[in-house]
Design a protein around this ligand. Sequence first.
Ligand code: HEM
Length: 411
Amino acid sequence: MTEPSLVARITDFANRADPYPLYTELRRTPVLHEEDDGPYVISSYWDIESLLHDPRISSDAANLAAAGADELNQAENTGLPPSFIRQDPPEHDRLRRIANSAFGPPHEPRRIDDMRGELHRIVAELIDGLAGETEIDLVDQFAYPFPVTVICRLLGVPREDEPRFRSWVDPIVASLDPETRQGADPEFARKAQEARTQLGMYLAGLVEERTKDPRDDMLSDLAAGKGPDGAMTMMEVLSTAVLLLIAGHETTVNLIANGMLTLLRHPEYLQRLREEPELAVNIVEELLRYEPPVQLVPQRTCITDIEVRGVTIPKGSRIWLMLAAGNRDPERFKDPERFDPDREDLQHLGFGSGIHVCFGAPLARLEAQIALAELARRLENPRLVADPPPYRPNAVLRGPRHLPLAIDGVL
Ligand code: HEM
């Protein structure tokens, strides 16, 4: 029997609940490349960090398409031009700068800080909705609806339109999951496509309204473009809005679900979080290292030959950067397999690094900190019903499909 390929081992569903022994094995070879047209797999912290900062490595969607096989890079298929996550400088930088000015100045994301009260209200409402239940699914009933409501408020979608907006987002997000995609159910695909068209038309209408009559919301700022780079075109605003929606959805769901699972496996920290809610800051940072929602970045190609630890990676090759393996690299972290929010050096690759470092990180951090602190405070005696819980098949965006918990009630 032939050995399964490298790509097959990384994507193997059998590794989903605990991929870390495989990552330990991958780290033994600095540059792994097994199949002629397969990706070059990099798993150690310092190599990943350095390649994420290397201008010879491209994120351009066109370069990736030219590099051929594309096992994990399911195109978002929005019918819109590529958003800045799939572009290189200078276009990437121009669009990200405009988006940044709509978020608030860099390193001082005013709009996010202003949302603190709103995030508390959304979390409180979702937890109130669990009252009277003795078994809940933390994914379906809490983590999944949370980020889409947050993005609606951030962009400035009117409250009365939120249910409609959500009814389009659900099939789109579900269609990004390889399991449902490979299911190739034509009815499902038709619904997702229809939802994309309707969401696009809805957002276009809203951008037009906000251009004529700006309000204090992110869509108005994107369309107005007050900074030195001017405004985005209508298509660029739409691509950016959809990017925020998609990049900020499943990632946040997984951070909250992985977070609660990890806390229930380390009950001493759940107890401490109840008593010291400010510990949520360290807990979330350590979670981004220990159980990162984005396990690998598979969207990179080399625009020239490059040498990594004595291996020449030829121009045009695809590179997979294994963030979650780097996060447990013993050359970088002391005792890397231990969940330890008290470590002095709370660094990680959970948000990537370099020019594409997560744009939504300030929001994602705040969402997860408030969600986990409030869940710890208000869920009475939460217990895992299944350990491990059932996982989603996705190897890139890894997290539980469901997280059933038994509870005695909510406070
Ligand atoms: C980029 C992780 C939440 C928006 C990234 C990247 C990672 C990441 C690893 C780098 C991708 C690359 O290098 O190709 C996460 C995680 C999140 C999260 C773990 C939640 C826990 C969010 C949220 C938003 C967001 C809430 C938006 C509101 C973006 C955008 C980019 C990005 C726009 C592209 C940045 C660029 O290309 O310059 N994210 N993300 N993310 N993220 Fe996040």
